[in-house]
Structure formats: C-alpha cells, structure tokens
Design a protein around this ligand. Structure first.
Ligand code: TRP
Ligand code: ZN
Length: 866
C-alpha cells in the first residue's frame, strides 16, 4: 500500500486497493518508553526491524508532525547524511537484514485537538491510533499488516497520573524521585500499531473477574473518574455477558490475564478495541436510571460487546489493509447485533437495526458518497468508517449466516479463526473460509463486496386458478453509483411466506435464492390468490417494490407471524398514505388508523413491539421514497396524519398512557417496553390537540424517576409551543448542568424538535456557554442532530446550510475527522429543488475555498460536488 502524499496545492492523493504491496520491512518487536507530560511527552521507540524479501529499499517510517531528536541504528547515532525526510516520513537506508532502530521525539498531548494520537481529555492522557494515529506518536510503518510485540514503559507524575495502563499485562511498576513513578506493560500478542493504547490519569476502578471456559481467571477493570464509579455496573455486566456469549456462540475465549476499559469524555467515535485496553467514549460506559435512557442502556451493552468481540474479529485476526475494514467491522457489528438480540427481544432488535440501516446506509448508498463494502480507493481512511462498512457489512455477513444456517456458519467461522489467527487478512479470506468450512459456493455472492448501491427488487405475485399455483416473479436492479454505471445481478436470500386469506395462515417460510435479473418461483396448492409476505426478517438489505394493495398490507399488519414483516407492512401502509398525500393525492387514512387501533388492542403483542409498529416513519425516510424531497410538504402531511391518529384514538392514548405507568423502576424487558409505549402514547396524545396534553406531558416530565420518561416528555414539550416548553427546558438544564452526557441530550432534544423556530434555537444554542467545538459529543448533539432534522435543516432560505457549513469550517482546523462527518447532509443536494440544491452546493463550494482545508473535509466535499 502506497503512503499518502499531499501533492502540493492540488487535491489529496488517492490510495488504491490495487496498489497493495507487502511491507518492505517488518517490525517483530517494539519497545516504547514514554516520559509522560501533558505539554511535552518524550517518546523513545526501539524497533527491531527485519527486511521482508529480497530488495534494497530503505526503511521508511510514517510520521505526522514529528521531528526526530535523535536516531540510532544498532546503538550508533546517525549523522544527518544517514537519514532523510520524505514529506513527513523518515527514511533510513539500512545495510543488513535486521537492525535495531531507535528514535526519540517530543509530542504535545494538551495541544492535540484532533483527538488522534496521544491527547489530553479532562486531566487524562489517552491514545486513539486507529486508523492512522500512531504516526502522530512515533515514527513507525503505520499500516495494519505490520504486526509487532510491544513492551511499553511509562513514567509520569504520580499525583497527576496515579494510574498507568497499556495493552497486555502489567509486568512491574515502581516509584521514582521528584514525585514521579513508572509502570511496565507487555503485550505478548503481535498486533498492528492501530491497536496500541496507553492511558494515564487519576482514575477509579470497578474491578471484577471472569473465569474463561478453560478455567483461566481474568481480572476485569472499568476505569472512570471516581464520581462516575456508581454508573459502571451496567457496562461491567455487559462485559461479562459478552465474554460468556463469545465462548458459547463462537467458541472464542479471552486470551490475556487482564482486560481493562477506560471511559473518556472527548472521543471521535464510539469506542476503540485496543488489545486488552479498550478506550470508550464515556457515553457508552456510564449509565444509571437518573441520567441514561433505555436506549442508552442498550447502546452501552451493544458497544461494550462490539469492542470485546473485536478481540477475535479484529485483533487476533486483523485487516491486511484499510480496504478490508469491513472484515472486522461488518463481522463485529453482526456479532454485536446477534448478542443484543439474544440478551433482549430479537424482533425489536431487528426492527431497530433495519431502521438504522435505512436511515444511514440506504441514504449513503443512494448519494455521492456511495462506495462498496470493500472500497477501491480513498483519500482519507477516516472517512470510510461508514454505515456501508459497518451496517451493510453486517448485513452481508448476516446473509451468509442465513444461507448457511447457524451450524455451517459456525464451521466457517471456526475455520476462519483457525486459518488466520495472528494474521492480517482480507474480506476474500473470510468468504473463502465460509465456502470451505460451510460447504457453499459464494462466487456470485462476492458481488456484495464490490458493487455499491442498494438493489431494488420488484415483486409481482400472480395466481393461476387453473393449476392452483401462486407465481412470484422477482426482478432486480442495482442502481448506478459513482464510478459504477453498470451492475451485475446479485445473489441474495429472500425469505417469503404466502398467506391464505381466509385462515390467515401459511404453509411455512420459503427461502428463495435470487440470483438472476429476473426469476419466477411457483408454489402449488392455492385455490385462491394468497397474500405475499416478503423479505421476512429483512433477509436481504434491499428495497422491495411490490404491488400489494393497502388491503393486503392491512391484512399483514394484523396477521403476519414474522415480527419484522408485520412491522414492515404497517410502515408501508403509512408510507403509501404519506407519499400519496405529499404528491397531492387524496389518500384514505382509515386503514392506518384501524391498524394502529387493532395493534394496541392485540394482547398477544408485547409493548416494545407495539411501540415500534405504531410509530410513523420519519420525515427523512418519507423523503427517501421520493425522487425530489419536499421537506415542508412531508412535515405537513406527517404532522396532520399524526394529529388525526392522535385525535381519533384519543381515549386509547389516555388509557395506554395510564396503563404503562410504572410502580417503581426496573430494567426488565417488560418495564422497558412499557416506557417506550408510554412515550409513544404521550406523543400521540399531544398530537391530538387535547387541552390537557401539555399538562400531562409536563407531569410525566416532572415526576419521572428515570431518564427515558423524562426525556420522552421533554421531547414532546420541546416540539410544541405550549406553556411548559420553556419551563421544562430550564428545569432540565438546571438539574443536569454539570453532567456533560445529559447536557448533550438537552442540546440534542432541541436540535431534533419539530418546532418552527428550530433554526433560530440551534443558532442561539451554538453561542450557549456550554457549547464547545472541542467536544465531539457536544458538536454531534447540536449540529449533527440538527442536520438530521429534515424540516429544520432544509428551511427555505438555506440558513441551516450556512450554519452547518460555518461549523464545518470552524471545526476543520481543530478536529477534521469530526468536521468531515457534518458534510454528507449538504452532499444530498441533488435530491432537493433547484433553490435548496443550489444553496447547498454554494455552501460546499464555500467550504472548499477555505485555505488549508483538511484532507478529511476536502474528500467529502469534492465527492459531494462531483
Ligand atoms: N474500531 C472502532 C470501532 O470499534 C472505531 C473507531 C474508534 C475509530 N475510534 C476511531 C475509527 C477513530 C476512526 C477514528 O468501531
Ligand atoms: Zn468496530
């Protein structure tokens, strides 16, 4: 893989998958010595390097912002003519095949606003190296196929940094003069440098233990600020559940004597799987009923599991190059989704996962940033930690699981881990292991890795009265995406059932293997036309276009025994009404209201499922169904339908709201489901326009003993113009003013509100004393949320675009990674009218004209304008 060179004034260089070459030099062992200090940390690195293959190329070490203070080879200091800099990389010609190369650099963690490399966060020093942050710490071949054994020594002021952690196992520690102390950690497992980590700080530990299936004892530690210790119990439970689950479901055991997690407040992403030392965004560790919603609890469980599962899918088997990112991320997301399904309700988990996929990945796949699960090129790898790599990647693994069944899939995964343990592997290696271990031919299926775009499946069901056959014809088309005008038909599993109308039963699921552009499947034994239930369980990540009538969708909303398909029928029923209304047609909404009434009255359904099923599709999902998005018309249509559902079923909402009131707090599935449904009932009651709705919402807000109900009520109040809006927001702010994670909710709730003044409100919040560009969570809570608020962001005069573009420009010089993630909402300009689209493009052009723009933002903007 070629290194990145910025070509002077031009666009950043493009890195291509086809340019991959094995590393010229390997580094089997590394010793790092850190003299830690927030302003000036000295890093001494000793690399045992070996020539890889027969060549005479020099050693080339990546660096970013580093100046070599000294360089020695085999203990002898180099003179200036014995090394050179090529851009920011250090180049050292070496005569032999194996040498010890030592470099010394000084870095400044407190000045590191990018949060990549070694940085300071709330008095801690911590690292983030994936994807290319290690080169900001020391000179090194910063690529995932160079695997090394690390030994790490840290010295630091003992009062400021009493706890010193690194990867692997603690070896020794001691005190020094001048109030300093030291610790030594060794990691016996060879790893790429993106998995390196250290943490220094004043941390308290929730200490626990786990005994692995072969009887080894592992010490577990979750390290946080002392005041946060009471909020770590849920994360610890999730960790132990994950360890047991990976043993039971994948036969994978933990491999070190220690496993530590540290929570930090300033973090670019969710969390990081550093070997033996996971570092987390604190929002995915800390939870208690007062400050965390049920969704937060589930997110903690899911992310703890995700990072833990990376120990095998990512660390023991890592990626050969960054084009293979989905090898670890898609697989690990699939693993964490399966785990969470097992821990709670599989039906509701699947519905939530599909909703996320559609909201984030389908949108990405239909726009200018669409890319395959295994990309062919990139400018900045940080831009490729996308919904396509993660969530579509997980769907691709899930389809293999569906095609193979659990036992053969397990045989494939066992073979994969056995074959590639200790290696840097490729997506192709994974597929091959599934073929060899599972006994299947995945030749055509591989297109899922190379073709971007969401396939559209057209489904037509006909009935032949003479033969008694139902005939299902499926045709598929994969839309063109950037660089891929023509697509081949893909292979996918489509799960269906055919319902008899009279009995509302079916004769079992059929798993259809769609492989051709058009294919027909015949099903005998139907004296009358059945009702089609298709893509059950969302067996393939595709869009289904079918000609099913509103009556058939209503039938499935009441009778489908596949929970996802039942939910989906109801959503489709609603989407049809809403899209028709937006297009100016007079739509009959009675089937929607009847379906909601019947669903809430169905005693066989649990509360969590009901809440999912009766919720209206989001404004942006409605927009995604249209060629040209009309945000105002969509908002109006959805708002009116919501009001009508609210008013027509007002008594039902009152009864439901009362019925779901809890007597004491519990985290059981039933209690969580009841809270979810209670918030939904409150939403509809408020939409009904009932005079006392505002007071009922405020009472829920005021009396709640948990954040789920308090925030649910706040969201309802924040979208209204009622008397309690300001009061509730003030009370909430004052109650949680010194809790950063809850304050994020205060910003986010206002940015997501359906309020006519959202733009002005967000603008004012950007100047609030608690707003800061230096904390990514805060930026995402305000501007990330606002850009996802279709109605607010796309206000007619384009002021929302200007506001977000201003933030992108201001943030770019501090934290380009986080700035770049705010660009995609502006890149959807083709989907809006000429005035809006023009205004969005103008903002992209303005961003691009900013001098010194980062590679991260440049790539996103250039691709969005193409
Ligand atoms: N590998 C991390 C995960 O579990 C992702 C990640 C964490 C990351 N920090 C990052 C990606 C910083 C890019 C930049 O999914
Ligand atoms: Zn991951």
């Amino acid at each position: 893989m070629a290194d990145i060179h910025t070509t002077g004034a031009g666009a950043p260089a493009i890195i291509r998958r086809s340019d991959y070459r094995a590393p010229l030099w390997l580094v089997p062992d590394v010793a790092l010595d850190f003299a830690l200090d927030a302003d000036a940390t000295q890093v001494r690195a000793t690399l045992a390097v070996t020539r890889n293959g027969d060549h005479d190329q020099p050693l080339r070490l990546d660096g970013e912002g580093l100046v070599p203070l000294s360089i020695t080879v085999d203990g002898i200091a180099l003179t200036p003519d014995q090394w050179s800099m090529d851009g920011s990389a250090l180049v050292i010609p070496l005569s032999g095949n194996a040498h010890a190369v030592e470099t010394l650099v000084t870095i400044a963690p407190a000045a590191n606003t990018q949060l990549m490399g070694l940085y300071a966060s709330g008095g801690l020093l911590c690292t983030q190296c994936e994807a290319e942050g290690f080169r900001r710490i020391t000179f090194f071949p910063d690529r995932p196929d160079v695997l090394s054994r690390y030994s790490v020594r840290m010295t630091a002021d003992k009062a400021l940094y009493p706890v010193l952690l690194a990867n692997g196992d603690p070896v020794a520690s001691g005190d020094l003069e001048d109030g300093r102390h030291w610790a030594q950690w060794n990691d016996p497992f060879p790893k790429p440098c993106y998995l390196f980590a250290l943490v220094a700080g004043d941390l308290a530990c929730n200490a626990d233990g786990f005994t692995t299936m072969s009887g080894r004892k592992v010490s577990l530690g979750i390290w946080v600020k002392a005041a946060d210790l009471p909020r770590t119990a849920h994360a610890m439970k999730a960790l132990k559940d994950s360890m047991a689950w990976d043993e039971r479901v994948y036969g994978r055991e933990y491999d070190l004597a220690a496993f530590n997690i540290v929570a930090v407040a300033d973090f670019n992403f969710g969390a990081m799987e550093n070997k033996g030392l996971n570092i987390f965004n604190s929002r995915y560790i800390l939870a208690d009923p007062e400050t965390a919603t049920d969704m937060d609890y589930d997110a903690v469980e899911g992310v703890v599991a995700h990072e833990y599962f990376h120990n095998w899918s990512g660390n023991r088997v890592t990626c050969r190059d960054w084009f293979q990112l989905s090898l670890k991320e898609g697989f690990t997301v699939f693993r964490d989704q399966s785990f969470s399904a097992d821990m709670g309700s599989p039906a509701v988990k699947r519905i939530d996962d599909v909703r996320i996929l559609r909201a984030a990945q389908f949108q990405e796949d239909s726009g200018p940033l669409a890319h395959p699960v295994r990309p062919e090129s990139y400018m900045e790898i940080s831009n490729f930690y996308t919904a396509t790599i993660y969530n579509k990647g997980a769907e691709v693994i899930r389809m293999m699981h569906t095609l193979l069944g659990p036992e053969r899939f397990r045989a494939g995964s066992d073979l994969y881990f056995d074959r590639h343990d200790g290696q840097a592997a490729t997506c192709e290696d994974f597929v091959k292991a599934m073929e060899d271990g599972g006994g299947i031919d995945l030749t055509q299926f591989r297109l899922w890795y190379s073709q971007a775009g969401t396939p559209r499946i057209n489904a037509t069901l006909t009935h032949d009265a003479a033969t008694g056959e139902a005939i299902l014809t499926l045709s598929q088309a994969v839309p063109p995406t950037p660089g891929q005008p023509d697509k081949k038909p893909m292979a996918m599993p489509i799960r269906i059932a055919l319902f008899d109308r009279a009995s509302a039963r079916h004769h079992g699921d059929a798993l259809l293997h769609l492989t051709q552009a058009e294919q027909s499947f015949r099903f005998p034994g139907f004296s009358a036309p059945p009702v089609l239930s298709i893509n059950r369980g969302f067996s393939a990540p595709v869009v289904i276009d079918s000609d099913r009538s509103q009556a058939d969708l209503a039938f499935l909303s009441a009778h489908d025994d596949d929970p996802f398909a039942r939910y989906e029928a109801m959503q489709q029923l609603m989407v049809n009404v809403l899209v028709g209304t937006v297009a100016g047609q007079a739509m009959d909404d009675t089937p929607v209201i009847a379906a909601i009434r019947d669903t809430i009255a169905d005693s066989k359904l649990d509360d969590a499922f009901i809440a999912e099923a009766i919720r209206l599709p989001s404004e942006s999902y409605i927009g995604d169904q249209m060629l040209l998005v009309d945000p105002d018309a969509i908002h109006l249509a959805r708002d009116r339908l919501q009001a009508k559902i609210g008013a027509t079923l007002e008594q039902e909402w009152r009864a439901l709201h009362a019925r779901t009131e809890a007597n004491g707090f519990s985290l059981s599935s039933a209690a969580k489901g009841a809270r979810k449904l209670r918030n939904t009932a409150l939403l509809y009651l408020s939409a009904s326009g009932a005079k006392d709705a505002d007071a009922i919402a405020f009472a829920q807000f005021d009396r709640a003993d948990n954040m789920t109900e308090r925030q649910g009520a706040l969201a309802v109040l924040a979208s209204g113009i009622g008397d309690h809006r300001e009061a509730a927001l003030d009370i909430f702010y004052n109650r949680y003013a010194d809790d950063a994670l809850v304050l994020d909710k205060w910003f986010q709730t206002q940015a997501l509100a359906f309020h006519p003044d959202t733009l002005a409100i967000v603008d004012a919040l950007g100047r609030h004393k608690d707003f800061t560009l230096s904390n990514p969570n805060r930026v995402r809570s305000l501007y990330g949320a606002f850009a996802a608020n279709q109605w607010g962001f796309h206000q007619g005069d384009g002021a929302g675009y200007r506001m977000v573009a201003d933030i992108v420009i201001a943030l770019d010089s501090l934290n380009p990674q986080t700035a770049a993630r705010l660009v995609p909402p502006l890149g959807r300009w083709r989907r809006f009218d000429a005035v809006r689209g023009g205004a969005m493009r103008a903002e992209l052009e303005r961003i691009l004209a900013t001098p010194g723009l980062s590679k991260d933002v440049t790539e996103q903007v250039v691709k969005s304008l193409e």
